[in-house]
Design a protein around this ligand. Sequence first.
Ligand SMILES: Cc1cc2nc3c(=O)[nH]c(=O)nc-3n(C[C@H](O)[C@H](O)[C@H](O)COP(=O)(O)OP(=O)(O)OC[C@H]3O[C@@H](n4cnc5c(N)ncnc54)[C@H](O)[C@@H]3O)c2cc1C
Length: 394
Amino acid sequence: MVDKQKDVVIVGGAVVGCATAYYLVQSGVPGERIAVVERDPSFATCSTARSAGGLRQQFSTPENIAMSQVTLDLIRNLKERFGPDADVGFREQGYLILASDSGSSILKSNVETQRERGADIVLLSAEELAARFPWLAIDGLACGSFGQSGEGWLDPVSLTDLFRRAARAAGVEYIHDTVTAMEVSDNAVQCVVLASGRRITCGAVVNAAGPSAGMVAALAGIQLPVEARKRYIYVLDCREATQELRRAPLTADPTGVWFRPEGQLFICGLSPEEENEPPAEDLDYIDHAFFEEEIWPKLAARVPVFESVKVVNAWAGFYDYNTLDQNAVIGPHPEVRNFYFANGFSGHGLQQAAAAGRAVSELIVHGAFQTLDLTRFGYARIAEGRPLRELNVI
Ligand SMILES: Cc1cc2nc3c(=O)[nH]c(=O)nc-3n(C[C@H](O)[C@H](O)[C@H](O)COP(=O)(O)OP(=O)(O)OC[C@H]3O[C@@H](n4cnc5c(N)ncnc54)[C@H](O)[C@@H]3O)c2cc1C
């Protein structure tokens, strides 16, 4: 690849782009042979900066469980990898996923899958839930699954910074610009063109453009069913919350409403029904009626002390949503063979960035997965319209 200006150009410099750069360097690619192009280095609107930071192993797809475990392992060994000051503010308070009768068999089968893969998840009956979480109203609940260790939430920006700083220190070039075109010939992207007019000839391109991944793929003539889906997070003050509630896990109700503690406050959200998706046009507008009408009644029914809460803040962010099956797309395009996807994480990409970046770097350097086999997340299922559905999308 030495006749090219760069071995690898990564489009997007948030958590997935930075993780990919970091693992490429770890795999032996010289830093100066890698470029990361990022159109907004303030990261004001990227998914990463607007994420809730959750890390869980409670997925239905075995690959998703394994990918989160990669991040957990990284967090457990953070100081060895990134130095004594490295910290991502991991709060290991668990996830609690609740099920009614109709959801209980899926929940139980998911827990089996998770436990077989070493996740520390217990299944609790409604009575056990009431005893363990006294703030919870168990009406309509059949059971719940709780991550006793290895789950919680972390600071997305700190994790991204660790990857970015390590990549930069190794000589990776970060370019503040927008990728506007790609020149494709002989089944490969030959050159990436930037808004400034700069052209970078390259050996491989990695799409790490988050919610814009579909648009970036289109620049190489590739169809990718990933689009932005707007999600709201509301910040709540609940003066009457007990100390136990302030130590609660991230709790997901069968209605889809979720909440978790955030410092002295709480945050909560809900993914809307497909037909009620808000337009993914801007991030400024916050739909407060969505909280009042859709979230609050369900939240207060599940945690009665939340009858009296005040919304003190809120933000919106875009999910990088894979409309086929809400699972990641990882690996090369079958025809444009040096175009690699690290996309479509659908609301769980923060916790998957490390594994995705590592996987893509293995494919680029060795031509095959070396650690985790993520073949099922490849583009083949997209081309064939064959979903690999994740059942636990929060
Ligand atoms: C409200 C919300 C809550 C979430 N909660 C969680 C959670 O609890 N746990 C979890 O694991 N995940 C969560 N996620 C999902 C997670 O944040 C994303 O999956 C992840 O951050 C995706 O990272 P990324 O680097 O691929 O994308 P982004 O962070 O969006 O970064 C993509 C970057 O690409 C750049 N870019 C795009 N196009 C171009 C171009 N043409 N040229 C140059 N640069 C370009 C953008 O400027 C952007 O900075 C949440 C997301 C949201 C919105």
